[in-house]
Design a protein around this ligand. Structure first.
Ligand SMILES: *Cc1c(COP(=O)(O)O)cnc(C)c1O
Length: 361
């Protein structure tokens, strides 16, 4: 599909932009442009444009405001050693976006078209890509139901929007995040939308997040909805548990049972850990395994992973059953090794054996 390019005639001045890119934060500044495209039942995808970043004007009766029919993605563009820019596994995001859309009864966007929109925005806003290792241009594609009407049924009109924000490195080398294991609220049940990346999952998680903050925790870890004992994931990151140390370490992650979001970082780490010589396992891990494992010292490190934070060490875990600590509360050596390995590939400083990077510039 052709994207009509009509970039901003009033971009942020270079010195002001450079200041923002040097101290990017996350979601604090948005680039000069965005991509927008429309879908309806009769024409399919049409009217794709790259244009100045700005507000959307929508009728108050637009369906997304009432029934939450929305899906999104999160991905990053990374600066390369020669100053070029690469995306990390963008086709994987494109495929997941289509699967999420299908689950929410929104139209599937063709993989090629999705990747084309991402490349177009990164090229147009390339000056917004931060230059330091660990920093990136975070891309947020999303799709909303834009038919006007209050009848409850799948929308016959959808709008796709892609925006971008420069993102700082999200890692604290001295501190692990603390998690609240929620036994009251569940994130997803089989047959629900846990596998889809949709706003609704996040809306349902915010109260548990609030509770976690009240308990002095940074994040929530969710358990399964049926037996209420199997560890699934955090609100926006997958989890990894490490048993043992050195070359004999085993790196384990909860199995994709149909209720977990299949993270691209999670998937990449399974491969990367094998490349680094570790054993890996996708398995069922219970709250008891977690508590007993860290208490006995069998579980040596825990980390969370996702595009936004890449890899984040998990320290203390707290629930109604008590509090227990992993290791010394600081990121462990294997967590650091995996994080460095992944960032090395993403930034083009270590060989990309699996063809994960897609060069854009
Ligand atoms: C996006 C997301 C993840 C992480 O997925 P990545 O593809 O690694 O960014 C994990 N869990 C949930 C609920 C998510 O929405």
């Amino acid at each position: 599909m052709k994207i009509i390019s009509n970039p901003s005639s009033n971009p942020v001045a270079a010195d002001e932009r450079n200041k923002k890119v040097l101290e990017p934060g996350f979601g604090k500044y948005y680039t000069d442009n965005m991509v927008i495209a429309q879908w309806n039942e009769n024409t399919g995808w049409a009217d794709a444009k790259l244009e100045a970043y700005g507000p959307l004007t929508l009728d108050p009766a637009t369906m997304v405001f009432h029934y939450g029919q929305e899906v999104f993605e999160g991905m990053k563009a990374y600066v390369q050693p020669d100053g070029g820019v690469s995306l990390f596994r963008p086709e994987a995001n494109a495929k997941r976006f289509a699967k999420s859309a299908a689950r929410i009864a929104l139209p599937e966007m063709p993989v090629d078209f999705f990747v084309q929109t991402i490349e177009a925005l990164v090229k147009a806003d390339k000056e917004w890509v931060p230059k330091k290792i660990g920093e990136s241009l975070y891309l947020r594609p999303f799709m909303i139901a834009t038919e006007v009407g209050l009848g409850v049924r799948p929308s016959n009109h959808a709008t796709y929007v892609l925006i971008a924000t420069p993102a700082a490195a999200y890692f604290n080398a001295d501190k692990a995040v603390t998690v609240w294991i929620s036994t009251e609220y569940v994130r997803a049940a089989l047959g629900g939308t846990g596998e889809a990346k949709c706003g609704g999952n996040y809306a349902a998680s915010l109260l548990a997040q609030k509770q976690a903050a009240k308990e002095g925790c940074d994040q929530v870890a969710y358990i399964d909805a049926v037996e209420r004992k199997w560890v699934e994931e955090m609100g926006g990151m997958n989890l990894y548990f490490i048993k043992g140390s050195g070359k004999d370490a085993k790196i384990m992650t909860p199995k994709l049972t149909g209720t977990l979001l299949p993270g691209i970082t999670r998937d990449s780490i399974l491969t990367l850990a094998n490349d680094l010589g570790f054993k890996t396992e996708e398995t069922m891990i219970s709250i008891d395994d977690w508590r007993d494992g860290v208490k006995s010292g069998e579980i040596t490190e825990i980390f969370a992973c996702g595009t936004a934070a890449v890899v984040s060490a998990v320290g203390a875990a707290k629930s109604i059953h008590g509090t227990w600590q992993t290791g010394d509360g600081k990121p462990g050596p294997i967590t650091n090794q995996i994080r460095a390995g992944l960032l090395g590939i993403q930034h083009g400083s270590t060989p990309d054996k699996h063809g994960w990077n897609k060069r854009v510039i």
